[in-house]
Design a protein around this ligand. Structure first.
Ligand SMILES: [Zn+2]
Length: 330
């Protein structure tokens, strides 16, 4: 484990802990909330190192205790992570047992519960018992990507610390460093907040053809040679044959981003554009009327809503592209 991402992207959080250290004012239960990729778990280990460090300037990251924390091997730091997407009752009970065995021993202990929202109700109950019983030397840090899914009895016992989203630029730079092509990196960085998540997503070989399709359809929406509907039906097999709605959702998200880029173009915010190469082609032909671009965006968003229902997808795309074409013509 290292704290590079934490120091770079979550300066506020580090400062908050350093201030609490100066005043020696820590609460015993923290809930770190923020989207994926925001160094929440790193922050929990940073906190643990700070609490256990023997050095002068805490955490020194050099002393024995710091090194053990960094390696994830400190005997006073306990980590509970979801097993197969869920924190189960047995896991929570094991932690509770550990807790009651060590509660009377000397020294500070830090219990880290990653993704607390994944605790099923009986696990959450066991964990709640730990929170109710914390001695003065015990600290619990919980993390979540979805604060609304954390039950209120747990939420109300913790100090909630919010972690900032990473700027899309940062995520894109990370993706480019991982070898992704620039436009792909920028577009997907805008859809997610985590380079890891995007890397994982793009391992699915269905994704890039859908991305290519979105670009082609976007271009044929403006250049007038081939109707977008034709492009969709002649080249869109990768999508049209796909029963899983998540790919259709992604396709619509990609069209929404492209439309946002058009809006950036007509409002002179060129540096916010993520489809940089595609927009070079599109901007030559597109209608620069802002109202029209907004109308287009509204249409795509309207049809994207329909994906929630059991609509006939081919028919839905056909209607959408006809409407889009009409907006641009009018
Ligand atoms: Zn240290």
């Amino acid at each position: 484990m290292n704290f590079d991402g934490l120091f770079k992207n979550q300066k506020k959080v580090v400062k908050l802990f350093q201030n609490s250290l100066k005043k020696d004012r820590f609460v015993h239960t923290y809930l770190f909330e923020g989207v994926k990729g925001t160094s929440k778990l790193e922050a929990a280990y940073y906190f643990a190192a700070m609490m256990l460090c023997d050095g002068e300037k805490k955490p020194c990251l050099q002393c024995d205790n710091c090194k053990k924390v960094l390696k994830g091997m400190h005997p006073s730091v306990f980590l509970l992570t979801p097993d197969n997407g869920m924190i189960k009752k047995e896991q929570a009970e094991a932690l509770q047992k550990e807790f009651s065995l060590t509660a009377l021993a000397e020294g500070r202990r830090i219990y880290i519960i990653d993704e607390i929202d994944k605790a099923n109700p009986s696990a959450a109950n066991s964990l709640l018992k730990i929170l109710e019983d914390l001695g003065s030397d015990n600290y619990v840090i919980m993390t979540t990507e979805s604060i609304d899914s954390v039950i209120s009895t747990i939420r109300s016992r913790a100090q909630i610390i919010s972690f900032d989203r990473l700027p899309a630029e940062t995520v894109a730079a990370d993706l480019i460093a991982r070898g992704f092509e620039e436009e792909t990196a920028r577009v997907f960085a805008n859809l997610s907040n985590s380079a890891e998540e995007v890397t994982e997503l793009l391992r699915d070989e269905k994704i890039l053809p859908i991305f290519e399709l979105a670009k082609k359809v976007g271009i044929s929406c403006v250049n007038g040679d081939v109707a977008p509907l034709l492009t969709m039906f002649s080249e869109g097999d990768c999508l049209l044959r796909e029963p899983d709605r998540k790919y259709h959702q992604l396709f619509m998200d990609l069209l929404v981003s492209l439309c946002n880029d058009k809006l950036y173009f007509v409002t002179d915010q060129i540096d916010r554009i993520s489809y940089r190469s595609t927009m070079q082609i599109i901007s030559e032909f597109m209608n620069k009327n802002q109202e029209k671009v907004i109308g287009e965006l509204e249409t795509i968003l309207k049809f994207k809503q329909r994906l929630k229902y059991n609509v006939n997808l081919e028919l839905m795309y056909a209607q959408m592209f006809v409407e889009l074409k009409n907006i641009m013509k009018a």
